[in-house]
Design a binder for this molecule. Structure first.
Ligand SMILES: N[C@@H](CCC(=O)N[C@@H](CS)C(=O)NCC(=O)O)C(=O)O
Length: 214
């Protein structure tokens, strides 16, 4: 059976938790608790030996190990059936991007990833007591987050990035923005379309049942 490695605080892992719930894919959840390992590594030496980035989330499917959250999503959408289409509307998208809009949809996904990666860097450095306003590169990271948010706001619709479906871009955006909400890292409010997307999906069953731990 598919094994899913995750932490409860990770916004990247949350995307997969929500997707697995949407697809009702049978799997064995393996929660990793950072820093709880006897060997002194963050997630355990055995895990980190198999994942070059030493990060969560990842999955093991037979002999196949897949890491990087959006690659995991792509893999699951391609290899596994949607066991029970969600009763929530709109339905989950069945592909990462539309073939008719491959490059535009891929750039939206890439921009959300850039946004979250920059925000995570800022959060980790803040947690290490770095004054991010005093470091030129970190001011640039903050500017990059705002620039990505503006770009996304300009491309979103009030029905999400792909009207008619709960798109993988919507899923990525929701997990990023809800993670920002509880951490004083990135101010994203005031962008009407992004706010509407979060409001549209925050009460979806799969989303509510898979909250972030703080
Ligand atoms: N690009 C990766 C990012 C994953 C990531 O940054 N995971 C964090 C948890 S939120 C992690 O494992 N951090 C541990 C570390 O950086 O050592 C993905 O999309 O899966």
């Amino acid at each position: 059976m598919l094994t899913f490695y995750y932490t409860l605080r990770s916004p990247y892992a949350r995307k997969i938790r929500i997707l697995l719930a949407e697809m009702e894919t049978p799997h064995r959840p393996e929660e990793l608790v950072p820093g709880s390992m006897d060997d002194g590594s963050l997630f355990g030496e055995d895990y980190e030996a198999q994942i070059p980035s030493m990060r969560v989330p990842s999955i093991k499917d037979g002999d196949e190990i897949i890491f990087e959250s959006n690659l995991v999503i792509d893999y699951l959408l391609e290899k596994y059936p949607m066991n029970k289409p969600s009763e929530d509307q709109p339905p989950l998208a069945t592909t990462m991007v539309r073939s008719s809009h491959q490059w535009q949809d891929s750039m939206v996904l890439a921009t959300i990833e850039t946004l979250l990666n920059s925000a995570i860097n800022l959060a980790f450095l803040k947690r290490s007591d770095v004054d991010v306003d005093q470091v030129a590169y970190l001011r640039r990271e903050q500017d990059r987050c705002q620039s990505c948010l503006d770009w996304l706001e300009a491309r979103a619709t009030t029905e999400g990035f792909i009207p008619g479906v709960f798109s993988i871009a919507d899923l990525n955006l929701l997990c990023a923005l809800q993670w920002f909400d509880d951490r004083d890292v990135v101010q994203w409010w005031g962008r009407r379309r992004l706010e509407t997307i979060v409001a549209r999906y925050q009460n979806r069953t799969s989303v509510k049942e898979n909250p972030l731990a703080f």
